[in-house]
Design a binder for this molecule. Sequence first.
Ligand SMILES: [Zn+2]
Length: 158
Amino acid sequence: MLLTPHTLVGIAVASVVKDPFVAFPISVGMHYLGDMVPHWDFFSYTEEGERVTGWRPLAVAGELTLAVATGTAFVLYALWLLNNPPLALRFLLCGIGGVLPDLMSGLTLYLKNINGILKINNQIQATLQFQSPLPWGIITQILVSFFSVLVILSSTGR
Ligand SMILES: [Zn+2]
């Protein structure tokens, strides 16, 4: 799944679960659930070698930028509009938690020896990934994003 919907799901968890020590692990867990939603991303239907060459790393970097901008917008929303620093901190933590497994997998693309938690994370992700061709693989992610924003806005009272 793309990083922006993962970020929004993490922030939705943060808007519902008030304890950051509970919300953070749930946001990470929701990443794996998110990958079970049929989706298309820049690595769909590719071999490992294709993932680090050509346009794909650039597209991933561009989409990561969008995810960071989205997360930052919600942190600022909590800080300035809601005047709620603890919520802003949870948004930040869980926004990162929502993409953490993919950040770890992304790292392993550039590492020679992978073991421990990085290896386990890659194996779980490879097992759970449910790919879907365009346009369906994007439509599902728009729905997930839309639903997440609804949860965030309704549970933060705007
Ligand atoms: Zn993933």
